[in-house]
Design a protein around this ligand. Structure first.
Ligand SMILES: [Zn+2]
Length: 103
């Protein structure tokens, strides 16, 4: 992992934290407190879904396919028994082995 990419990721995280804060403040100004809470939670969930999708898309093809399969199979992680690679595919993307263990 190179440093420039890493700091880009961090500034992206910071940008989203600022966006979350802005949205939270705006909603709590417009809507009175007990009613603003579910709206804020809903907006944060929807936003984090889009952020996660953007980030997995940035990681390339394997990231998006991992996101797709983790969406349908839950958060169980599989490790290849042949080479130890973590993947959620039917066959290992590294060595093609179908032997895997849950970890
Ligand atoms: Zn493998």
């Amino acid at each position: 992992m190179d440093m420039s990419n890493n700091s880009d990721f961090l500034s992206q995280q910071l940008m989203w934290i600022m966006i979350y804060l802005g949205i939270t403040l705006t909603i709590s100004f417009i809507v009175p407190f007990p009613y603003s809470l579910p709206i804020i939670i809903g907006v944060v969930i929807i936003l984090s879904f889009f952020v996660r999708r953007r980030m997995t898309a940035r990681m390339g093809g394997s990231g998006t396919s991992m996101f797709r399969s983790s969406g349908s199979r839950g958060l169980v992680r599989y490790y290849c028994m042949a080479c130890g690679a973590k993947h959620n595919e039917i066959a290992c993307p590294k060595c093609g082995s179908k032997m895997k263990r849950i970890g």
